[in-house]
Design a protein around this ligand. Structure first.
Ligand code: BAL
Ligand code: ZN
Length: 880
């Protein structure tokens, strides 16, 4: 397959003004009539009309009223070219497609008997021939016709302008989108659905109609999505002055969906996972996910839809920015500093768990990639989460007000346009009179920068110097990197743990500031703080001010000091993680050397630090929970030269068991102190209490006695919400006791709730006792199917990515399983298959015996003759 390069971008030869689409919807044979008015783009030297189409049967192609003979156009692969076209063109195209056979879930497809679409990135070309590229923006009118009994609800983008009856029990609906949009934002739904709706008044006084559409039987699970939508609308008005531009905004939930959700103009289509919730079926994490994703898709209406991407290399222009916006929304919804810090810690954990490994692996790419084979492979944690970090750094450098000025200028300049990441950066720079040229490297250079800090204290002159240097590891195609522009937020703690007022030489921060942002732009720089009366403990990279690895030679005492006192909650948490990581790495090395956990020891210093934190009632329960979670097995693996997954698991379990035993009294006390009686509420404080309580339970259940087992069993039996019920079940599964009867009971209770059945598979997939044979057995369960992405991910991905000790079993049996599943899934849904293929990204970091077997599995997949571009790109990069 061909590689596509950013440098090869050319403007579209023709620009589209209007699109009129007519659909006669039938699962086996949908007829799509498409009338496009277009005109030659004066900026293009080409007079060829270029259209994209895939899996379509072309019935007729007319140009300015005349049917074209097959000799008058050319179809090569997925490109249809009409050479020597006139300047003004009306194209009429009739095609056929077969939605019921579309298992890729890209384009028009059938889920549970109804029609849905997914067009980003390149799904529209599976619906009709079209210049399917984001810089072609047009106005759409859509006529939907379908059987009324089977598809009573007919939806598309924009406003409903007409509807009525047709012959033979059919009906129609005509929709018009008043805004021009790229084809990837097109959507239709024809389904048997019901909705929760509400009239909502915008700040301006204008009234809009909000709807959340779901399958019958799910109307008791739409309240939180609706509330989140209203909160999102209000937040974007208040924080960014951005108003909903449509009279009607719809969310539709569908069970078969590749992504989390999709921001189609006025008609967001969502994975059910991010809409449906009530206390019985959804956990606190599910509720938080719904708020974030509803916000995310809504915020795209401005950052993505009104201003879109020139080409798919610019994907982070809308995704990084919109993730940042949804992160800020979620933090503002909690509304407290400690709540904000908790959301920030979660973001850091995601980066370390998924983005740093990606940035160090064979699929490493810049936030704005230079090339790709399959764009669907670039909906990554780098484009999304690192992209959001890059946007966050503007705010860190420019301040909230400066960032807002930049946003205002961005919309003033580019509303209605398809633009580049550079345009966003220029708006930020110009609105603030700042030179952000060097900042461009965050978009163009892959890899996680390492910031190395040294300090020196001059007691006579009362100077404290922080010497920062930076480097960035080589990545594929980028052996050498230039220095980044890195904001490093710093504070200094005195011996009592108090923040010192800072006086940075050459700095222009306010007097008395206790955190200042150092701007590291060179390979090495010295920052001098004056009037420092004693050697302080530096708190560096506060609030995780840049997506980097920070190296600093902290002593244990310094880390303990920060862990006790740092006013910056993120760095306070970070100090605990460093203390834990040092120990985990040592313990892992010991297990590797001796083969078991017999001789392991955990020092009381660490245990006492954890005890003190656990019982510190001044701290937010959610913060205490995060502080007590040890770095994950994946994050530990990233710190090792040669990864030994079993040793990591053994060492981490040893540490959890030791903490569980040593803090038993406090864990029990906190377990009881953090109950949330009364009606369930997903608010941050209640959710934090449940999180802490359930973390205590999990520690108590690592090596439980009868009383502790009973605690979990009782929680399972009497839980009034899914958070507590699922947590009890997970604790029981991980305890090593026989949890079969609880698993059965859980399944029986929720067999009709697809999202809960996903949880049931997921918790078993990640359980320490689940080996590949057990996964194969679960695949035989009547509720399992590879065709539903959520189900496939729940069992297969949670095993390959969430159960490293079993996935890396010494005999390589799980690697063979992985290869089998990648191949099987590829025939069904290449996007999902390619995600699974990524489980092998880090294969070169394992011991030679494992490496050899992983390589064989990769080669087995690569050798298949009928691979999708998606999977081929991933495995060939892994093997390169
Ligand atoms: N645009 C794809 C789904 C999302 O990021 O919202
Ligand atoms: Zn998005």
């Amino acid at each position: 397959p061909a590689t596509i390069y950013r440098k090869d971008y050319t403007v579209p030869s023709y620009l589209v003004e209007t699109v009129e689409l007519g659909f006669d919807l039938d699962p086996d044979r949908t007829i799509v009539a498409n009338r496009i008015t277009m005109q030659h783009n004066p900026a293009s030297p080409s007079r060829s009309i270029v259209l994209h189409g895939e899996e379509l049967e072309l019935v007729e192609l007319r140009l300015n009223g005349r049917a074209l003979a097959p000799t008058e156009y050319k179809i090569e692969g997925s490109v249809l070219t009409i050479p020597r076209a006139p300047a003004q063109v009306v194209l009429e195209i009739e095609t056929l497609c077969t939605p019921v056979q579309n298992t890729s879930l890209s384009g028009l497809y059938v889920s549970n008997g109804s029609f849905y679409t997914q067009c980003e990135a390149e799904g529209f070309r599976r619906i009709t021939y079209f210049p399917d590229r984001p810089d072609v923006m047009a106005r759409y009118t859509v006529m939907l016709r379908a059987d009324k009994a089977r598809y009573p609800v007919l939806l598309s983008n924009g406003n409903l302008i007409e509807s009525g009856e047709l012959d033979d029990g059919r009906h129609y609906a005509k929709w018009e989108d008043p805004f021009k949009k790229p084809s990837y934002l097109f959507a239709l739904v024809a389904a048997r659905l019901v909705c929760q709706e509400e009239h909502y008044t915008l700040k301006s006084g204008r009234e809009v109609l909000l709807q959340v559409w779901v399958e019958e039987g799910n109307l008791d699970k739409t309240d939180y999505a609706m509330q989140s939508l209203k909160n999102s609308i209000r937040w974007d008005e208040e924080r960014f002055g951005l108003e909903l531009d449509l009279d009607r905004f719809m969310i539709v939930a569908v069970g078969d969906f590749n992504m989390g959700a999709m921001e189609n103009k006025g008609l967001n289509i969502f994975n059910t996972k991010f809409v449906l919730a009530n206390p019985r079926v959804a956990t606190d994490i599910d509720y938080a996910g719904i708020e974030a994703v509803v916000g995310h898709e809504y915020f795209h209406n401005w950052t993505g839809n009104r201003v879109t991407c020139r080409d798919w290399f610019q994907l982070s222009l809308k995704e990084g920015l919109t993730v940042f916006r949804d992160q800020e929304f979620s933090a503002d919804m909690i509304g407290t500093d400690s709540g904000r810090a908790v959301t920030r810690i979660d973001q850091v954990r995601t980066l370390r768990q998924a983005q740093f490994p990606e940035d160090a692996g064979p699929m490493a790419h810049p936030v704005r990639p230079d090339s790709f084979v399959e764009i669907n492979n670039f909906y990554t944690v780098t484009v999304y989460e690192k992209g959001a970090e890059v946007v966050r750094m503007y705010q860190t450098l420019l301040g909230r007000d400066g960032f807002r000025k930049g946003m205002d200028l961005y919309f003033a300049r580019h509303d209605g346009q398809a633009v580049e990441c550079d345009d966003f950066r220029a708006a930020m720079a110009d609105a603030n009179g700042r030179d952000l040229r060097q900042f461009e490297r965050w978009y163009s250079q892959a890899g996680t920068p390492v910031v190395s800090a040294r300090t020196r204290y001059d007691a006579v002159k009362r100077n404290f110097d922080i010497i920062l240097s930076q480097r960035c590891p080589a990545t594929a195609g980028q052996p050498d990197k230039l220095p980044f522009h890195i904001p490093v937020a710093v504070g200094l703690l005195d011996a009592n743990g108090k923040d010192l007022p800072l006086l940075l030489e050459g700095g222009d921060h306010p007097k008395g500031a206790t955190t200042v942002v150092l701007e590291l732009t060179e390979q090495e720089q010295i920052f001098r703080f004056r009037n420092v009366d004693e050697r302080p403990v530096p708190s560096i990279l506060r609030d995780f001010s840049a997506p980097v690895v920070l190296e600093y030679d902290y002593t244990d005492d310094e880390l303990l000091h920060l862990y006790r006192h740092d006013s910056d909650a993120v760095n306070r948490w970070e100090a605990g993680q460093r203390l834990a990581m040092e120990r985990l790495l040592k313990l892992t090395a010991q297990v590797s050397a001796h083969g078991d956990a017999a001789a392991l020891k955990l020092d009381s210093t660490f245990i006492e630090a954890q005890r003190a934190l656990l019982v510190d009632e001044a701290l937010d329960p959610a913060f205490r929970e995060l502080a007590l979670i040890l770095p994950s097995e994946t994050i530990i693996a990233e710190q090792m030269e040669v990864v030994d997954p079993q040793a990591i698991h053994t060492a981490r379990q040893f540490m959890r068991r030791t903490i569980g035993a040593a803090l038993k009294t406090e864990l029990l006390a906190q377990y009881h102190a953090n109950q949330t009686p009364g009606a369930y509420s997903p608010d941050a404080l209640s959710a934090g209490k449940r999180a802490l309580k359930n973390l205590c339970l999990s520690y108590l259940l690592v090596a439980p006695d009868a009383a502790q087992l009973q605690l979990a069993q009782q929680q399972f039996d009497h839980a009034s919400n899914m958070t507590d019920r699922a947590a009890a079940l997970v604790a029981l599964i991980h305890s090593g006791s026989d949890a079969a009867s609880y698993l059965d009971a859980f399944y029986q209770d929720f067999a009709n709730e697809a999202l809960v059945v996903d949880k049931w598979f997921a918790m078993q997939a990640a359980a320490p006792a689940t080996n590949v044979a057990a996964v194969r057995k679960l695949m035989q369960h009547p509720a399992f199917t590879l065709k539903n992405p959520n189900r496939a991910r729940s069992l297969i991905f949670n095993f390959t990515n969430g159960n490293p000790a079993q996935f890396h079993a010494a005999d390589g049996s799980a690697y063979a399983f992985w290869a089998e599943l990648v191949i099987e899934l590829d025939a069904i849904n290449p996007q999902v298959a390619a995600r699974l293929a990524r489980s092998m990204d880090r294969w070169r970091r394992y011991a030679p015996a494992l490496q050899e077997k992983m390589k064989q599995a990769l080669e087995q997949v690569a050798a298949r003759s009928k691979l999708s571009n998606d999977v081929q790109e991933v495995v060939s990069k892994a093997l390169a």
